[in-house]
Design a protein around this ligand. Structure first.
Ligand SMILES: C[S@@+](CC[C@H](N)C(=O)[O-])C[C@H]1O[C@@H](n2cnc3c(N)ncnc32)[C@H](O)[C@@H]1O
Length: 322
């Protein structure tokens, strides 16, 4: 989840599009795609479809006979924070959620290359039996062609539940592989959050930061060096509610794919996988059920190609609204 509205004059110029029905209706007029349509990149690289990730015909429609070497999916988590039970962010019985998940995972398998990686962003509701994470993990064991590789946790800066509990700042990321895809070690900046581990060097007590020779380390499966997106960052896309940081998605793409590979994302939203693929010379095919978010993602790519900017910060991606 990201951002509360700012109190300064740099307030986001567009509210969350999933909670403001009137605004949504206005914006729909400016969306070039309707359900079933696919935008084909004039540069011949990417595709964005207003399609349903659970529908196998929709999957065939966009992928045709192309296979993806990497899939990065960020489905709705079935975790509702506050009162935001909207059409995009609703909570259902966990059994239903698993049925929904099985369908899109089957569709992912239908387009996965022989050697491919699959990353899935997912949540665990600490106020409700930690669902859907354990059910999801067990469901995934049924897809025997997939091997579990890593259970990554990214640390968010903001969270929920601070009054009588530990603030929940975890963002879970599951990593699976099919066959034997490449994995490139992408060194990360050393997270300077824990000093300590003192040692005497030339009579002086030094901590581990002082002793380290490099600014970088091999990446582990707990990421604490990624800034959660908020309205002051260039990459911010006003109107979205679940934007993942580019840095995290770039890291995944660099580690688990090669230039010109096809990267897929079945839940496009702000178009983060699309943009990171553009930046790193990959192709991206992405689906989004909501034409408003599909439009935002296409605009974000176009805006990047025109200006080199990764988002609009607090500004409005739909200037025609004014
Ligand atoms: C958690 S968000 C993805 C966030 C994205 N990774 C980002 O960083 O911007 C989930 C998105 O999936 C879309 N969605 C929900 N159900 C879908 C479905 N059946 N098929 C395709 N998209 C769906 C929602 O509209 C929402 O935009």
């Amino acid at each position: 989840m990201k951002k509360d509205s700012a109190k300064s004059r740099h307030i986001e110029k567009l509210t969350r599009l999933d909670v403001d029905g009137k605004l949504r209706k206005k914006i729909l007029r400016f969306c070039r795609l309707k359900a079933g349509d696919i935008w084909i990149d004039p540069n011949g690289k990417h595709k964005v479809g207003v399609l349903d990730a659970t529908n196998s015909d929709d999957t065939k429609k966009i992928f045709k006979n192309h296979k993806a070497q990497l899939v990065i999916n960020d489905p709705p988590y079935n975790v509702v924070v506050g009162n935001n039970n909207t059409q995009n962010l609703s909570k259902v019985d966990v059994g239903k959620y698993i049925e929904f998940s099985k369908k899109w995972v089957s569709n992912v398998l239908s387009i996965l290359d022989e050697n491919a990686a699959l990353y899935i962003w997912i949540g665990a509701d600490q106020n409700d039996g930690f669902q859907p994470l354990p059910e999801f993990m067990i469901m995934m064991r049924g897809f025997e062609v997939l091997k579990t590789r890593s259970f990554i946790t990214m640390r968010n800066q903001r969270g929920y539940g601070t009054q009588k509990n530990w603030m929940s700042v975890r963002q879970e990321l599951l990593y699976y592989t099919k066959g034997s895809p490449p994995f490139k070690v992408v060194y990360t900046e050393i997270p300077k959050i824990l000093g300590g581990y003192y040692k005497e060097v030339n009579g002086e007590l030094t901590d581990n930061f002082k002793r380290s020779k490099s600014e970088f380390i091999r990446p582990g499966n707990v990421w604490v060096d990624v800034q959660q997106v908020f309205y002051r960052m260039e990459e911010n896309v006003a109107g979205t509610y679940a934007q993942k940081p580019l840095k995290a998605v770039q890291r995944i793409i660099e580690a688990s794919s090669k230039e010109n590979d096809l990267v897929a994302d079945f839940f496009c939203h702000s178009g983060v996988t699309l943009l990171a693929s553009e930046q790193l010379e990959r192709k991206c095919y992405t689906m989004e059920i909501d034409p408003v978010f599909a439009e935002l993602a296409i605009r974000r790519l176009e805006h990047y190609r025109k200006t080199g900017k990764t988002g609009w910060q607090w500004n409005n991606p739909f200037p025609e609204l004014n």
